[in-house]
Design a protein. Structure first.
Length: 210
């Protein structure tokens, strides 16, 4: 077990007031860091509820760490996110970019599933929280509308519920145009899904780039 793993686990729990005496022993690998941390925080926040339904509570608590948030927060239900991850298939060794990653909780969930996760966001206070959870070298301050690195990733996840239909369609096409054949775009939206030129819909807002 590395010192970095121990520090990541402690940092994650620190956000929820878990003392050194209360917290469980550190796990032995990075993926376990987040599995154990999520499970422990789930039980601490809402012990009467099933674990997977409390991730939204954790995400809201993390967002509260970022001061003066100028953006309306509309979470994607976790079950919809997990459905999309299932369609994406095996995760091991595949890079996953969360566009608009916020404080990083969807990155935690994707990491828990085995993806190599990265994130970008336009709001620095969110990224500061994500960095404190161990993602400092995996996150970038950037605008999705001008970012030009989408082609570097096997999976790009983009969820923007507070945008217009025209913007949602435009950003999906912009990302897809940069992605390599055989990669996947996962882009949920409150608007009906449309065809993306050069991509095949796999359902649940997931497209394979041809």
């Amino acid at each position: 077990m590395t010192d970095a793993t121990t520090e990541e686990f402690a940092a994650f729990l620190k956000h929820f007031g878990v003392s050194e005496e209360d917290r469980p022993p550190p796990p032995t690998d990075r993926q376990n860091v987040y599995r154990r941390a999520l499970g422990y925080i789930d039980r601490r926040l809402t012990p009467e509820r099933e674990g997977e339904h409390t991730v939204g509570d954790i995400e809201s608590a993390l967002n509260a760490e970022a001061p003066s948030d100028p953006y309306e927060y509309i979470p994607l239900p976790l079950d919809e996110f997990l459905d999309g991850l299932e369609i994406l298939g095996p995760a091991e060794g595949r890079s996953f970019l969360d566009v608009g990653c916020g404080t990083g909780l969807k990155m935690v969930v994707a990491l828990k599933r085995g993806f190599e996760v990265f994130g970008l966001d336009i709001y620095q206070p969110y990224l500061d929280v994500a960095a404190s959870l161990g993602f400092g070298d995996r996150i970038t301050l950037a605008d999705a509308a001008t970012f030009d690195g989408y082609g570097e990733f096997a999976v790009v996840y983009c969820y923007g519920p507070d945008r217009s239909l025209g913007h949602a369609s435009w950003i999906r096409r912009r990302i897809a145009d940069q992605m390599r054949p055989g990669t996947h775009l996962f882009a949920p939206s409150p608007f009906p899904p449309e065809e993306i030129e050069g991509a095949t819909s796999l359902g649940r807002w997931v497209w394979r780039i041809n």
